[in-house]
Design a protein around this ligand. Structure first.
Ligand SMILES: Nc1ncnc2c1ncn2[C@@H]1O[C@H](COP(=O)(O)OP(=O)(O)OP(=O)(O)O)[C@@H](O)[C@H]1O
Ligand SMILES: [Mg+2]
Length: 247
């Protein structure tokens, strides 16, 4: 399946009398990664949950390619801020769960390929609690990727990891997403992560969230951690931090 753009227009959402999303507009180009930053509690996870179909919007439009989409679907795979993975299933059975439920052929081969792609080869027989933090996050992403979703929604996927492991995860995820041409919305508090992984970067206001600023990330596909010392990277990071800290 070729990648499709994800378009969000005028999304509003309140919980009772608490307005959380105040007309969010953004577009993720086909096969690109859009990194979304915003203050804690502004509505980022709520936005992802609406896009995944786990919450309904009060108003607004959500399109994948030319189709309006609503409700949960395996075509919009979400990796939640924490958790994921069924604790009672081995890693291999966790990855196989989605494709098996969908009656997809060749599940065993797909799972083995993902174990290799995520560097978890040889660990498929372990239970989630037997994995390290970094392995667990890769496995949670792999479980969603097993469904081959054209859209991937990532909610602070590496927030709990140490800085070195997180940098390794960035390299790994960037290569994986490029190979699979997945349209990705990545929520993060980490400006380095946004600039290392994003093709575009968006900044949300405090709650109720609306998009206040966007910028194109001027780096190509080849982004190692050496980019952290690049003058353009350093300047952009300072600019983004200035805005994040006043948002
Ligand atoms: N199911 C719910 N019912 C009522 N209020 C909710 C619900 N889910 C989220 N909220 C409220 O919506 C607001 C936004 O929450 P959300 O989890 O989207 O923030 P966030 O931007 O992801 O924050 P963080 O960066 O800390 O993860 C918060 O005030 C939260 O209490
Ligand atoms: Mg959140």
């Amino acid at each position: 399946m070729s990648a499709e753009p994800l378009v969000v227009r005028g999304l509003h959402k309140s919980f009772g009398s608490l307005p959380v999303l105040d007309g969010v507009d953004l577009s993720v180009l086909a096969g690109q990664t859009y990194a979304l930053l915003g203050p804690s509690g502004c509505g980022k996870s709520t936005l992802l949950r609406v896009l995944a179909g786990f919450e309904t919007a009060d108003r607004g439009e959500l399109r994948l390619g030319s189709r309006a989409v609503a409700g949960p679907s395996a075509e919009r795979g979400m990796v939640a801020q924490s958790g994921g993975l069924f604790p009672w299933l081995t890693l291999r059975d966790n990855l196989a769960f989605g494709p098996r439920e969908a009656g997809r052929p060749h599940t065993a081969a797909v799972v083995e390929e993902l174990l290799v792609a995520t560097g978890l080869e040889g660990f498929g027989h372990l239970l989630p609690r037997q994995l390290s933090g970094g392995m667990h996050r890769r496995a949670a992403i792999a479980q969603v990727l097993a469904n081959r979703p054209p859209v991937l929604l990532l909610d602070e996927p590496f927030a709990a990891l140490d800085a070195q492991t997180r940098l390794r995860m960035h390299g790994w995820l960037r290569r994986l997403l490029a190979e699979r041409a997945t349209t990705t919305l990545l929520v993060t508090h980490d400006v380095d992560e946004a600039l290392l992984l994003g093709d575009r970067l968006g900044l949300l206001s405090a709650r109720p969230a609306r998009l206040v600023e966007e910028l194109a990330v001027p780096f190509g596909a080849d982004r190692g951690h050496g980019l952290l010392a690049d003058p353009t990277f350093v300047r952009l990071k300072a600019e983004v931090l200035d805005r994040v800290l006043v948002a």
